[in-house]
Design a protein around this ligand. Structure first.
Ligand SMILES: Cc1cc2nc3c(=O)[nH]c(=O)nc-3n(C[C@H](O)[C@H](O)[C@H](O)COP(=O)(O)O)c2cc1C
Length: 204
């Protein structure tokens, strides 16, 4: 027996509560962007994933605010075409959440959350030193469905904290890398320290 939920008839808050609770754990993109004055904005988005590797693309979705205005991340990305996507582990999980505080445009979440900035190589947007992974990205495409905005970005360059990925083989070491995932809103998160393996099916 299953219980049915008419999602199409209840878009918005109910659909969010259900779907954002069911489709978990989600990766979290902590996205830095810059505004026209060069002020660095940082905000987390869990409607996010890597969607392909040839070219390497990621997608994330900042919904518009209730008053119809763009979130700062969306406005900055549309104006500059650049962002850096960070993946967070537990030591930076609380500062990542602090970056969700709605601040007026022009006011940076970065010092408030205690993050340190470092210059990026391929984009003008700086990256956050404390995050284990930073992906320098350029905007490929944006779409709007209702109040959802989708940004498709190309990942140009990845920075990984020493030990996280082997520079020779590019293999990731999960003993050294344990990103957190998004569970239920408003305050649920998951660890990735409890893992298991299944053999990939081979022919024959
Ligand atoms: C873990 C986490 C995940 C979030 N995911 C999203 C998301 O996918 N889409 C969205 O619109 N807001 C999301 N938010 C809320 C935004 O981070 C928040 O609205 C933020 O203030 C936007 O900042 P900005 O205006 O500087 O871009 C999330 C917040 C948290 C804490």
């Amino acid at each position: 027996m299953s219980v049915r939920f008419d999602v199409a008839a209840h878009p918005g808050a109910l659909a969010y509560k259900l779907l954002a609770g069911l489709v978990v754990p989600r990766p979290i993109a902590l996205v830095t962007t810059i505004d026209a004055a060069g002020v660095v904005n940082a905000a987390p988005f869990s409607f996010f994933n890597v969607m392909g590797t040839e070219p390497a693309i990621a997608v994330f979705a900042p919904a518009d605010r209730d008053d119809g205005s763009l979130k700062d991340t969306a406005a900055n990305l549309m104006a500059t075409g650049e962002c850096v996507i960070h993946v967070c582990d537990e030591p930076v999980a609380a500062p990542m959440v602090e970056c969700a505080r709605p601040l007026p445009p022009g006011e940076s979440e970065v010092p408030r959350a205690g993050f340190t900035l470092a210059p990026s190589e391929r984009v003008r947007v700086p990256r956050l030193v404390e995050c284990p992974v930073a992906l320098e990205c350029r905007l490929l495409d944006s779409r709007k469905y209702g109040d959802n905005r989708f940004f498709v970005v190309e990942i140009l360059l990845a920075h990984a904290r020493e030990g996280v990925a082997d520079p020779a083989t590019w293999k990731v070491d999960y003993v050294r890398y344990a990103p957190v995932g998004r569970m239920n809103s408003p305050d649920g998160y998951a660890r990735t320290t409890d893992r298991f393996s299944l053999r990939f099916p081979s022919e024959g």
